[in-house]
Design a protein around this ligand. Sequence first.
Ligand code: URA
Length: 272
Amino acid sequence: MASFLILFFKSSVCFFMYISYKRTRKIIIKNRNMRLNKFLSVAGIASRRKADELIASGKITLNGKIVLELGTQIDPEKDKVFFNTKQVAILDTHLYIIFNKPKDCITTLNDERGRTTIMDYITVKERIFPIGRLDRNTTGVLLFTNDGEFANHLMHPRFELKKTYKVEIDKSLSPEHEKTLRQGVKLSDGKTSKSEIYFFPRQKRKIIGISIHEGRNRQVRRMFEALNYEVFSLERVSYDEITCEGLRRGEWRYLTAREVQYLKSKKEKPEK
Ligand code: URA
């Protein structure tokens, strides 16, 4: 009887261990799956939103077939994902770069018309991409990375990182327009959110500092143009606390570990 009870006890333990192993394995296998856009972003191809655009435009293949479904789940260990005939893999090293963009340089990775692009200046062999963009004639701080998740967080409207610009305009900014800029300007794509305005001594209100928390296309130029000012020059002087100090136009450097850590911490503590 005793040996029967021991045998029964042992087989019950084995049975429950087997069930629990099956459940854990199922969870592990389930968790290995990842959304395709996240995979492309972690692999440094683009931010998640850009990755969705690549998928929708038919540039991504999954196991030899074009995949258009945005919510597609993949198994990064088994599935073969290709972008423009190159297989995509998750890298274990990430690069973070700050560039002091000069004028007459476009924010694109390559230009069919042969114009000068940011990649004529940044000569790293890894595939990196800009975090946001600056217009052709806007100068100053532009960040690059191959860490799609990092880019994704910095560009997400919810985190609203402050970008500060120095704008040179054709005439003195009136106090009334200063107020409008601070409160929000009506643009074709909606009213802008509040901005901060600064003046420089002895510049007769023709050189203005403006900090915004959005990243719409040509936003600063459009804000001034909407109020009938001509923008002579535009420079991004800082991306949150990160500046180009010590870099001449056209020069770049790697962000320090401290700067990367600082920007990463921003995603956990979004600004109000
Ligand atoms: N706003 C603009 O108008 N242009 C830029 O390049 C960046 C912000």
